[in-house]
Structure formats: structure tokens, C-alpha cells
Ligand binder design. Structure first.
Ligand code: BES
Ligand code: MN
Ligand code: MN
Length: 460
């Protein structure tokens, strides 16, 4: 891929951005998170944004900037996040996570940029800044654009709800535009129309008041780790359905026709297995792989610990065992209701001889965006002209809890114009983002505004 001088400059800027370890979850990096916020603010300033601000919150700051061209035109609010996931386990990276390198891969023969945040979401949010830079270098903006780039998405956007509620006038818009999802493939592009909700819990199981010699006490007291494993195992039945009472009560069911529609970009099970070196897939009986990761809820242990995990062997019955458990939710589950159902059930199934504590970390609602809006149609047209094929609508499995919040508080639909691939390894070691995806993304975003405003004008 030969890059123009302008493209080379934009790529170099992204590389600088990726060098900042803006890990929102780790307080050792608070200063770097702030540096990343400042970096985003500078990049907005550079393309000519007005009212650029780094706004403090009780957590990490929000970056705001706007380009108001005409009050009689619609306003698009671009959202993204400059924070990244911790790079752990760092030993599994082929190159340091905050020292970006470009390497070709089978899926990205033109090269991909390897760094934490390359795809999720620094690379994708930066496409929006550069799209506007390109538009302005050639002419004028078709509508008003506001940028709101946050630094706490990867830790649950805890302070963003209050931020939005406190800045209703500032954030007023007609549509929200986000690039923080995938495209399926460059040959068969998809626009994400659904995100799952999330309910994230932590449990602690306590047995004896101190760690015990497993010979002197083994066989006489409940081992909290054994008990925790039994409890976790009981949360799924033989069909891999979740056993929490009333868990499925509000889960939306679909007709055969609707399920066919959802299956428009089906997952190839053989390729899926091969990419993960698996001999078999696993999931709820009666559903396809795509359905299992989009329209069906799940429950997964994210981490489990307790007892002795150091070098060698130590004979011990630990006093405590812990686990972090999350549930992905679908319409019309309510995350706070599900958290309560989980807590009640998990305490109830505690065997005699242990105590159980359950806490809720964070949560968010699922989201489905309709395809009969001018926002979706404008996005679809833009992908079509760049990729030469009409994109399919795709319900995806990840979560962006602020999206349903936007709709609730700002009354606006969100269009998810993502360009990542599942193989880009977001949240994993060796995260990367295709250079081609980056530039085609910029191109698609640039076209979106014209398409959107044309449809908007036809409607007004
Ligand atoms: N960008 C992802 C969400 C995503 C990725 C959705 C790909 C669809 C396709 C986002 O940064 C993310 O990781 N969200 C978290 C939730 C958050 C509350 C920590 C998630 O889905 O685990
Ligand atoms: Mn993201
Ligand atoms: Mn993420």
C-alpha cells in the first residue's frame, strides 16, 4: 500500500498517540491517561475545532471540541474513548504494547499497526479526527460536528452519565456516531446494529477464619475454593442454559424469519474454530454461533483466585475464594434486575459452612439500532461506495454501555460505524489494526456526512 504524504503524516500521528499508556483501570497510569486526553484535545485544536476542552470528572477527563458551521444544519456527536485495556499479560506480546510497530499479517497483507489501543479505540476514534481534517482540507463540512472523547470506557464509563446529564445543552445533537466496533470483513462489510448489555459481579466465599493445614483439617471443613467451583458449575445446566431463576423471563425471542434475518452474515464455524485452535465450539443448545454471541445472554467467569498459586506446592485450605463473573445481556433484560437475581441466587446456593458476599461492579443496557433511519442509510451508502458492496446489518456481542444511555438521556440514536476485525485481538496480547482499515475507515466516515445531510435535507 503506497501512502500519500498526508496519509503518512496521519499514520505517524496515530503512532505517537499509541505510545501513551492510557490504561484507565490502573491508577499507576492516571497521569498518562491525562496526557492522552491532552493529546486528543491538541489533535482537535489542530484540525480547527472550537471550544476544545479537557473537562475533569471524578474519574478520568472527557475531551470536548466542536465545529459548528450552521445552526440550521444537523449536528453529529462523535463519541470515542482514548483509554485502553491493561496490556497484560505483557510477556505474550511479540513487541512492547506501547511501542507501536507495523507488520504484515495474513489478514492484513498491507500491514497492521501493533499496539494496545490500535483498534480499540485510539485507531478508530482518530479516524474521525482525520476524516474531518481531510474534509476541511478540501472544502467545507456538511453539518455541525461535536466530539466527546472519554477516558473511562474500559472501566465502565462510571462518570459519563453524570457528565452527559450535566452538559445537555453542550451535547445536544441529532445523531451519535461511533467507531468502536467491527466491520466483519473488508470483502463483506457489516454495520453493527446491536450491542449486548453487561452485568459485572464479584463474589467472595469465606470458610474458616484463617488458612488451614489441609492435612489437619482436610475432610472436616468446607474448602471455599471447592465450594466456589461447585457453585459456579451449577450456574449452567446440561444445555448450557443459565440456571438463575427468572434469568430468561424478559429475553426477547425471535421468529424463524427474524432469526434468518439476523443470520445474514453467518459465522463460518470451521474458520472460527481454526482461528482459535479449537476442536469444538461450545454454547447454548439450539442456537447458531452468531446467535450465541449476539441475541442470547451469557454468563462467564473472568477471573478466579484464592489459596496458594505461587511456585511449588503448599498444602492449604484457604479461608477465602474469589471470582469475577460477568453476564452479557440482551433485550429486554435490565442489568440492575439481573444483578439482583444473580446476587440472590448466588447467596442462596451457598453450601453450609461458607459465607458468600456478592458485589456489583458495573453494568449497562443492551442496544439495538433500527436500520430504517437516515443515519443508518447514510452509513450504509458510505460503506457501499467505499467497499463496493451493500453492508449487512450485524448484531454483535460486545458492549458499549454509554450507547443506550445516550438514547435515554439525549434522545438520540447511535450509528456504529466500526472498522475492526475480530482477529485484531482487542483486549488481547498483540492487538493490532489494519492500515487499510484505518484509511478506508477515514474515507467512509468522510462520505458519511454528505450522505447524511443529503438524506436529512430531503426529510426537512
Ligand atoms: N469497543 C469495545 C466494545 C465492542 C468491540 C463492541 C467490538 C462490539 C464489537 C469496548 O471498548 C469494550 O471493550 N467494552 C467492554 C465493556 C466495558 C463496560 C468494559 C466489553 O464489551 O467488555
Ligand atoms: Mn472500545
Ligand atoms: Mn474495549
Amino acid at each position: 500500500m503506497t501512502l500519500s504524504d498526508q496519509q503518512q503524516k496521519q499514520l505517524n500521528e496515530l503512532i505517537e498517540f499509541l505510545k501513551i499508556p492510557s490504561i484507565s483501570a490502573d491508577s499507576n497510569y492516571t497521569n498518562d491517561v491525562r496526557l492522552a486526553a491532552k493529546w486528543v484535545a491538541d489533535s482537535l485544536q489542530e484540525i480547527g475545532c472550537q471550544e476544545v476542552e479537557v473537562i475533569n470528572t471524578p474519574g478520568h477527563p472527557v475531551v470536548y471540541g466542536e465545529l459548528m458551521v450552521d445552526n440550521s444544519l444537523p449536528t453529529v456527536l462523535v463519541y470515542g474513548h482514548y483509554d485502553v485495556q491493561p496490556p497484560d499479560p505483557v510477556a505474550l506480546w511479540d513487541s512492547p504494547p506501547f511501542d507501536p510497530v507495523i507488520k504484515a499479517t495474513e489478514i492484513h497483507p498491507e500491514g497492521a499497526l501493533f499496539a494496545r489501543g490500535a483498534c480499540d479505540d485510539k485507531g478508530q476514534l482518530f479516524m474521525h479526527v482525520k476524516a474531518v481534517e481531510n474534509i476541511l482540507s478540501q472544502g467545507e463540512l456538511a453539518c455541525n460536528i461535536k466530539f466527546m472523547i472519554e477516558g473511562e470506557e474500559e472501566v465502565g464509563s462510571d462518570n459519563l452519565e453524570n457528565f452527559i446529564k450535566g452538559h445537555l445543552e453542550k451535547l445536544k445533537c441529532d445523531l451519535i456516531l461511533i467507531s468502536d466496533t467491527g466491520i466483519n470483513s473488508l470483502q463483506k462489510p457489516a454495520i453493527t446494529t446491536g450491542l449486548r448489555g453487561l452485568s459485572y459481579m464479584e463474589v467472595t466465599v469465606t470458610g474458616p477464619n484463617r488458612d488451614l493445614h489441609s492435612g489437619l483439617y482436610g475432610g472436616t471443613v468446607a474448602n471455599p475454593i471447592n465450594m466456589l467451583c461447585e457453585m459456579i458449575a451449577s450456574l449452567h445446566d446440561e444445555n448450557y442454559q443459565i440456571t438463575i431463576p427468572n434469568f430468561y423471563d424478559t429475553v426477547k425471542t425471535y421468529t424463524a424469519e427474524q432469526r434468518n434475518d439476523i443470520e445474514k452474515a453467518p459465522i463460518d464455524n470451521e474458520a472460527f474454530k481454526a482461528a482459535l485452535d479449537l476442536e469444538a465450539l461450545h454454547g447454548e443448545e439450539g442456537y447458531t454461533t452468531l446467535e450465541r454471541k449476539s441475541i442470547r445472554p451469557t454468563l462467564d467467569v473472568n477471573g478466579i483466585w484464592g489459596g496458594y498459586t505461587g511456585e511449588g506446592a503448599k498444602t492449604v485450605i484457604p479461608s477465602k475464594a474469589h471470582a469475577k463473573i460477568s453476564m452479557r445481556l440482551v433485550p429486554n433484560q435490565q442489568w440492575d434486575e439481573i444483578s439482583k437475581l444473580f446476587a440472590t441466587h448466588f447467596k442462596k446456593i451457598a453450601p453450609k459452612g461458607v459465607r458468600v458476599e456478592v458485589t456489583t461492579h458495573h453494568g449497562g443496557q443492551p442496544y439495538v439500532t433500527p436500520t430504517n433511519t437516515i443515519g443508518y442509510q447514510a452509513a450504509s451508502k458510505s460503506y457501499e461506495s467505499v467497499f463496493g458492496i451493500t453492508p449487512v446489518a450485524l448484531r454483535d456481542g460486545g458492549s458499549i454501555p454509554i450507547v443506550p444511555m445516550f438514547e435515554e438521556v439525549l434522545g438520540c440514536k447511535t450509528i456504529l460505524m466500526g472498522f475492526g476485525l475480530d482477529s485484531d485481538a482487542i483486549h488481547s496480547p498483540n492487538e493490532h489494526y489494519g492500515i487499510k482499515n484505518f484509511f478506508l475507515g477515514i474515507e467512509t466516515i468522510s462520505q458519511f456526512y454528505d450522505n447524511y445531510v443529503a438524506l436529512w435535507k430531503a426529510q426537512h
